[in-house]
Every structure is written in structure tokens, then in C-alpha cells.
Ligand binder design. Structure first.
Ligand SMILES: [Zn+2]
Length: 460
């Protein structure tokens, strides 16, 4: 945490406060890693003599984006256009069987570097051997919710275990000045036996932390729940006790029906919506409108590099907006403010951090980005008046590459498109060094075990 004070000033400031206030010529005072005040540059300079003002001409300040569901990894572009079952059994799960800690750590470095460069300050990462992920976040500077990829079932004994998850909580929860939080994770409810379910919930309660799992992503999975339990997934999760955790976030929730939405809306349950992944894996279109209307906090996530294939939250917000229109066959199911809120303050609420991040308001952590407004794709840009279009441009026109500055906890991590806290080319070189080895070990495993993959839809 820096003790430095500085004033950031830009062409406009998008606060994402409760009123979606926008300040033309807005500025923010950053003090001890937090937001000290919001106003015009002149007001803040007058009230804070001697404090440096950094004028970011041609930019818009806004809260750093919250990516509510990610997996670190480096299978990008290696498993495309496949039916989900082939994708999972031939590429993803065999990768998990042979993944080594050093590879997992470099994957997180790559993920967090890409995220910060694209304006994402908070990453909810479900990944493996996350001691390395926490070290990566500690060094690179992003905010991290670490969620171990746990399989607590003999068929999935090659995933992380609840023991590893608990060790991660003890080592890293609320560390790095609170930048790193550790939740309890489960790949999927079917990746655990009943004892594992009970222990996961008990662990989240005892450590007062969140619980995250994939659920209701594909129709076949909903059928699997009905076949096993005679109920749809959210009712099963409720019966098992998953919603007794301090906060439970469901990744995907594509197939929640009205009864399930009503159920989760009355609990401490949030949903991470992953529109690109849902399209790429042909999962379906989530009922986001209904979930928001019911009061379910819905954040936006990119999902992993293998499901997306990038971590550009601006692109993800655009797709969330557009996919919503397809789902409802009308042009206005979600407006740009709602999508922007899902990418910032509502995403922060979905992970229980809205008291700290997600908007630019005094007292909150200084997780702030500056987006270029001097580009062709931001033109014309009106921050006030009858032609106001800033929110629409941010959601539908901006790309991650337009981020000029990224700040977390008051530290400038990215400036003029350059990550200051890590050598990105060295990370890329290390990935190129280790990836062939991972792929070769996976190929060797598959050559010896073809046809030996367990399918959760047939195994209890
Ligand atoms: Zn996922």
C-alpha cells in the first residue's frame, strides 16, 4: 500500500455510484491506497495543496472491472469448435491430470498480466496449485479471489483437494493488504461425494468465506441432477446446504428456471454470467433479465482462456449486452448502465466486495482505470448533455487495448499500455517453454488411457 497522495484528472469520471453519476472534467484524490475524494481537478487541487495532479488528457476514469469467473491456463486456441464432451475428456480433464505447480503459476502470471492490461483489476480465478497464483497476484498487483479447483471424489482425485483448499485459506486469505481472498471451490457438485459437500460448506462457514462452483451450465447437466436427485440443480444445492455458506456464487446458471431464480434470490447466492463461454460451448443463454429483476447479483466473467479465448471484460460486457437481445428477441433487455454495473459494482457485490471496490466513491479502495477517449471508436463521445453516450461507448465500442492506466490499491500497475510490475515478454517466453511439455504429457496419458475417462452423467 502506498502512502502517496495523488490526484488523477481526466476528461470525464464514471463513478458507478448508486446514481451512475458522471463528472465531466472529473478527478479523484488517491490517498493511502484508497479514494480520498471525488470532484473536479480544480476543487481537489485547491483542497490538497502540494499534491501532484496527473492529468490524463483524452481519457475517462472508471472503476476497475471485476471478472467474476476465470480460469488461469494456457490451452488457448488448442481445443476449438469441439462438442463439449470431446473438449472435456480429450483436452481439459487430461490437462488437469498432468498439470504441474510451476506451469499453474506461470499460467496465473499470464492471466493476471492480461487482465490488468485490459482494465480488469479483480479476478475471481478458479485454478490449481493456487499458492503460485497468490504469489503471482502478490507480485503483479491485481486483486484476487482465489478459488481452488477441487474434486473430492475418487473419480476426480487429480484435481486439488479440500485439504489443499484449506491450506490455501490459512496461508493467503485476506493477505497482501486484503488484496487476496481465498474461497472454497468445487469444480462441480458432481465432482464431490456427499462428505465432500458437507466439508466444503462447513469450511466456508468456519473461515467466513465464499463458496464457488460451476452449476446449471448445460442442459444435459440439469438432466443429470433430475435423474440423480429428482430435482433441478438449485433445489438440490439448497437441500445439500450449499446456500448456508456466507456467500455462494454459481458460475453460469444458464438454465435456472423461474422457481430456481426465486429460490436463490432469497439466499446469499450470486451468479457469474459468462456469455462468450456459453456461446462457444453452445451451453445456452442465461435468464439474466429475470435474475436481475429478482435481485440476484449477477457479475460478468470471461471464463477461462480455453472457453473464450481472452480476458477482455470490455468485450465480455458487449457480448452480454448483445446476447441478452438474442435471448429476449427484443432490443432492450439490458441497458448499457445495467451491463456496466454488472462489470463493476454489481460484480463486486456478487463476490461480497462492494463495500471496498466496484465504484469510485470516497473510502473505497483505489481500483481505478483510465480508458482512452481519443480514439476513432470512442468518437463522438459526449460525457454530458442531450447527446450523452459515454456509457454506450464504454459497453459497445471500447476494447481492453484502450486502457491507458490501471491502478489497484492506489498503485499504478499499467501505464500507457505497459505493465510495470512484471516482464510480460518473460512470462510469454516461459509459457512457450513449458507448454509443449504439458501437451506431451497429456498426449502420453491419453495414449495409455483412451476410453478410460469417467463421465459424471453416468457415474454416481
Ligand atoms: Zn469455468
Amino acid at each position: 500500500m502506498t502512502a502517496k497522495k495523488m490526484i488523477l484528472a481526466a476528461d470525464a469520471l464514471l463513478t458507478m455510484d448508486a446514481a451512475n453519476s458522471v463528472l465531466r472534467g472529473g478527478a479523484v484524490l488517491v490517498e493511502d491506497g484508497r479514494i480520498g475524494a471525488v470532484g473536479t481537478a480544480a476543487e481537489l487541487a485547491a483542497a490538497n495543496p502540494g499534491v501532484e495532479t496527473r492529468v490524463l488528457n483524452g481519457t475517462v476514469l472508471m472503476p476497475g472491472l471485476v471478472n467474476a469467473h476465470v480460469h488461469s491456463g494456457f490451452l488457448r486456441g488448442t481445443a476449438e469448435h469441439l462438442p463439449v464432451w470431446d473438449w472435456l475428456t480429450q483436452h481439459i480433464n487430461p490437462m488437469h491430470r498432468v498439470l504441474q505447480p510451476h506451469e499453474a503459476e506461470v499460467a496465473s502470471q499470464l492471466c493476471y498480466a492480461e487482465s490488468l492490461l485490459g482494465g480488469t483489476t479483480t479476478v475471481v480465478d478458479m485454478w490449481r496449485f493456487m499458492d503460485g497464483s497468490a504469489k503471482a497476484a502478490e507480485a503483479i498487483g491485481n486483486r484476487l479471489v482465489a478459488v481452488p479447483y477441487v474434486g473430492e471424489h475418487p473419480d476426480y482425485n487429480y484435481f486439488d483437494t479440500l485439504d489443499m483448499n484449506e491450506a490455501m485459506i490459512e496461508a493467503w486469505h485476506r493477505k497482501a493488504d486484503g488484496r487476496i481472498n481465498v474461497w472454497v471451490g468445487l469444480e462441480h457438485p458432481f465432482y464431490s461425494d456427499d462428505a465432500g459437500h458437507r466439508r466444503a460448506i462447513e469450511m466456508a462457514k468456519r473461515h467466513d468465506t465464499g463458496f464457488h462452483t460451476h452449476c446449471s451450465e448445460a442442459r444435459i447437466e440439469v438432466d443429470g441432477f433430475v435423474k440423480r436427485y429428482g430435482k433441478r440443480p438449485m433445489h438440490v444445492l439448497d437441500d445439500i446446504g450449499f446456500f448456508e455458506a456466507p456467500l455462494t456464487m454459481i458460475a453460469h446458471g444458464v438454465w435456472l428456471d423461474p422457481g430456481e431464480i426465486e429460490l436463490v434470490a432469497g439466499k446469499r447466492v450470486s451468479v457469474a454470467h459468462n456469455p462468450v463461454s456459453n456461446m462457444k460451448l453452445a451451453s445456452g443463454i442465461a435468464n439474466v433479465r429475470e435474475m436481475l429483476d429478482a435481485g440476484v447479483p449477477v457479475g460478468i466473467g470471461t471464463d477461462g482462456e480455453k472457453e473464450n479465448n481472452n480476458f477482455d471484460m470490455f468485450e465480455e460486457m458487449k457480448v452480454a449486452s448483445l446476447l441478452g437481445k438474442l435471448r429476449y428477441d427484443t432490443v432492450q433487455p439490458l441497458d448499457s448502465w445495467e451491463v456496466l454495473r454488472m462489470g463493476t459494482i454489481l460484480g463486486a457485490r456478487a463476490i461480497g466486495l462492494d463495500h471496498e471496490i466496484g465504484s469510485i466513491e470516497p473510502g473505497k479502495r483505489a481500483d481505478i482505470i483510465a480508458v482512452r477517449a481519443d480514439t476513432p471508436r470512442m468518437t463522438p463521445f459526449f460525457a454530458d448533455g442531450p447527446y450523452f453516450n459515454l456509457h454506450h461507448n464504454i459497453v459497445h465500442a471500447v476494447r481492453g487495448g484502450d486502457v491507458a492506466l490501471t491502478m489497484v490499491d492506489g498503485e499504478v500497475l499499467v501505464e500507457n499500455g505497459v505493465l510495470k510490475t512484471a516482464d510480460v515478454s518473460a512470462i510469454i517466453a516461459e509459457i512457450h517453454k513449458v507448454a509443449p511439455g504439458l501437451f506431451a504429457r497429456r498426449a502420453a496419458f491419453l495414449a495409455q488411457n483412451q476410453g478410460d475417462m469417467v463421465q459424471w452423467t453416468t457415474s454416481n
